[in-house]
Ligand binder design. Structure first.
Ligand SMILES: Cc1cc2nc3c(=O)[nH]c(=O)nc-3n(C[C@H](O)[C@H](O)[C@H](O)COP(=O)(O)OP(=O)(O)OC[C@H]3O[C@@H](n4cnc5c(N)ncnc54)[C@H](O)[C@@H]3O)c2cc1C
Length: 496
C-alpha cells in the first residue's frame, strides 16, 4: 500500500516505457492465495471445458476491479429489469490470465483505508478545493460500500475483517510538520475529520511503543482475495432472468479486435472479438480491469500506467498477542505498511504480521517498470526483515525469516490517480476504442478506490446500453476520467 505521490520519478523513466507482457506464469505464493489449501476457492474456475463464445460484456481481469464491475452490473441489471429492456439477460464473462484474483488484489498488504488528510494541501493547490475534497470522498464512499456489503451479508469473520483503525507514524520533524499542515488545511474543508486524531510522540510511546508522533484514522484490514471470492459468488448467484456471469481463469486475453465498425448497441451485432489461446469471444463491450498490465492490450498506455513491483512478507512477532495492537500502520514515506493478522484471544502463537514496502531501496529504483512477480528482491527483503525490529525494539527479532514472502504488480500513473472511463486514444479521440472501458492505475492504493471506480464503469456501460447520458456522481473526482487525462496519454513516447 503506497500513498501515491505525483512524481514521474515514481512512475519510471518515460523513455524506457514498453508495453507489458502478460502476467508471469509462476508468481510467488502470497499469504492470501497460498497459506491454506482452500484460500483461493475459485483458483481454476472455468479453466477447462468450452470457452464462452458470446457475451454482452467481456471483463479482462478478475481482481477487485473486474469482479467489482461484474457485481455492479448485476445490481444494475436487476434494478433496471434488464431482460425486459433488452430481451434477455446481461451476459458478462470475466477472463483471467492466471488463477482467480491472483494479481495485485491477491498479493497486496490487506489494508482497506480511506485517505483522510494526507496530501490535501498539495491537492487543493493543484486542483482546487472541490476536486481535492473528492479525492477523499471517493475513498470514503468506496470503503463504506465495501464494508456495508460485507456487513449486510455477514462476511466479516469469513474474510477476517478487522475495524482496527490505522496509525501513520512520522519519523522526521519535517514530515510531521507537513502532516500538521495537511491536517489543518483539511479541517478547513468540508471533509469530516472527527475520528482523525494527532498523537504526540510521548503518548505514542506510552500507548503503542514507537517513539514518534503520528495520526490515527479509521481503517480496516481484511483478506482481500476472500472478499473478492465472496463478491464473485454473490454476483454469480444473481444469475437468472436479468443477468449471467461466467469466469474463465488461466485464459489470458491476447488481443481485442474491433471486427464491425459503426454498429450500435441496439443492432445486436457484436463489434468486438477478444482472442485467447482457448478460442475467441464475441462481445459488445470490453472492460480492461488489468491494472499494471493494461498496456499489454492497450500499448499506448505504456508510459501512462507503469507496472511497479511491491513486496510483502508474513513474519512472526516475538511477543504475545496482548502486546500487539489491532490497528494497521504506515509511515511518513508511505513506503512501509503493516498489521497483525487477527488471532483468537488466549492463543499462545506469536502474532503474524503482514508487512510490505521498502521499494525505495530496491536495486531497480522503486521497482518501477518491473512486471515480474515470480521473484522477490533480496535487498527489499532484507530491509523489511530489519524494519519492525527498528521501530518496535524488543518486539521483533532482527533478520527473522518470514513465513512467506511475495511480490505483486501495481499500476502507477504520474499523478497517482487511476484512469477511469471509456478508452480514449492519445489524440483524445473517443471513437477509436468505442465500447472499451478501463479502470486501472491505482498507484498502490487501490482497495479504497477500485470498487468505486468499478461502479462508475458499470454506470457508464448501463447508460450506453440504455441510450442514456452518464452523469458523474458528486463523490467521484473529475480528473480520474479518461477524457480529462489526454495530456497524460500525449506524454506517452510510445506509439503502437
Ligand atoms: C504488493 C502490493 C501491496 C499492496 N497493498 C495495498 C494495500 O494494502 N491497500 C491498498 O489499498 N492497495 C494495496 N495495493 C494496491 C491494490 O492491491 C491494487 O490497487 C488493487 O488490488 C488493484 O485491483 P485490480 O483489480 O485493478 O488489479 P489486479 O488485482 O492486479 O487484477 C488485474 C488482473 O488482471 C489479470 N490480467 C492482466 N492482464 C490480463 C490479460 N491480458 N488477460 C486476462 N487477465 C489479465 C491479472 O492476472 C490480474 O489478476 C497493493 C498492491 C501490491 C502489488
Amino acid at each position: 500500500m503506497t500513498i501515491p505521490i505525483p512524481s514521474r520519478s515514481l512512475c519510471g523513466a518515460v523513455e524506457t516505457a514498453r508495453p507489458t507482457g502478460l502476467p508471469s506464469a509462476n508468481p510467488t505464493r502470497s499469504f492470501w492465495t497460498d497459506s491454506s489449501p482452500n484460500a483461493n476457492l475459485l483458483a481454476s474456475q472455468g479453466s477447462e471445458g468450452p470457452l464462452t463464445a458470446d457475451a454482452d460484456i467481456c471483463i479482462i481481469g478478475s481482481g477487485i476491479t473486474g469482479v467489482g464491475v461484474a457485481y455492479h452490473l448485476a445490481q444494475a441489471a436487476q434494478a433496471t429489469g434488464y431482460a425486459s429492456m433488452c430481451k434477455g439477460p446481461l451476459k458478462v464473462v470475466i477472463l483471467e490470465a492466471r488463477d482467480f484474483c491472483s494479481g495485485a488484489t491477491g498479493r497486496n498488504g490487506g489494508h482497506l483505508r480511506a485517505a483522510t488528510y494526507v496530501g490535501y494541501a498539495a491537492r487543493e493547490a493543484a486542483f482546487g478545493r472541490d476536486e481535492a475534497t473528492r479525492s477523499y470522498e471517493v475513498e470514503a464512499y468506496t470503503t463504506r460500500s465495501i464494508v456495508s456489503i460485507i456487513q449486510e451479508h455477514g462476511w466479516d469473520d469469513d474474510i477476517d475483517m478487522v475495524n482496527g483503525g490505522h496509525i501513520r507514524l512520522y519519523f522526521t520533524e519535517a514530515a510531521a510538520c507537513d502532516a500538521r499542515r495537511d491536517l489543518e488545511c483539511t479541517r478547513m474543508s468540508s471533509l469530516n475529520l472527527k475520528a482523525v486524531k494527532w498523537i504526540e510522540k510521548e503518548e505514542m510511546a506510552t500507548e503503542y511503543g514507537p517513539p514518534y508522533p503520528g495520526v490515527y484514522s479509521p481503517a480496516y484490514n481484511l483478506w482481500p482475495l476472500k472478499f473478492v471470492t465472496k463478491l464473485y459468488e454473490r454476483t454469480e448467484g444473481l444469475s437468472g432472468r436479468h443477468f449471467s456471469l461466467t469466469v474463465h481463469t488461466q485464459t489470458p486475453a491476447t488481443a481485442v479486435e474491433r471486427v464491425v465498425q459503426g454498429s450500435d448497441d441496439q443492432s445486436g451485432i457484436r463489434p468486438y472479438i477478444v482472442s485467447t489461446p482457448r478460442g475467441s469471444i464475441s462481445c459488445s463491450k470490453v472492460v480492461h480491469a488489468t491494472n499494471g498490465y493494461a498496456s499489454h492490450l492497450l500499448p499506448f498506455l505504456a508510459s501512462c500506467i507503469v507496472p511497479t513491483r511491491g513486496q510483502v512478507m508474513a513474519v512472526r512477532a516475538d511477543v504475545n498477542v496482548d502486546q500487539i495492537k489491532t490497528n494497521s500502520w504506515g509511515n511518513d514515506r508511505g513506503s512501509e505498511y503493516w498489521f497483525a493478522r487477527p488471532m483468537q484471544k488466549g492463543s499462545d502463537e506469536k502474532p503474524l504480521i503482514i508487512l510490505g514496502g521498502a521499494r525505495q531501496l530496491a536495486v531497480t529504483p522503486f521497482e518501477s517498470n518491473v512486471q515480474d512477480d515470480s521473484t522477490v528482491c533480496p535487498v527489499v527483503g532484507k530491509a523489511l526483515r530489519n524494519f519492525l525490529p527498528s521501530v518496535f525494539p524488543g518486539k521483533f527479532m532482527p533478520e527473522r525469516k518470514p513465513e512467506m514472502e511475495w511480490t505483486g504488480i501495481m499500476g502507477f500513473t504520474e499523478a497517482g490517480d487511476p484512469l477511469v472511463g471509456p478508452v480514449v486514444d492519445p489524440d483524445g479521440n473517443m471513437d477509436t476504442f468505442k465500447g472499451q472501458f478501463i479502470a486501472a492505475g491505482y498507484s498502490g492504493h487501490g482497495m479504497p478506490r477500485a470498487f468505486g471506480c468499478a461502479e462508475i464503469i458499470s454506470q457508464m456501460i448501463i447508460a450506453e446500453l440504455s441510450g442514456n447520458e452518464w452523469n458523474r456522481p458528486e463523490w467521484f473526482p473529475e480528473r480520474f476520467l479518461t477524457w480529462n487525462r489526454i495530456d497524460d496519454l500525449k506524454d506517452s513516447s510510445f506509439r503502437a
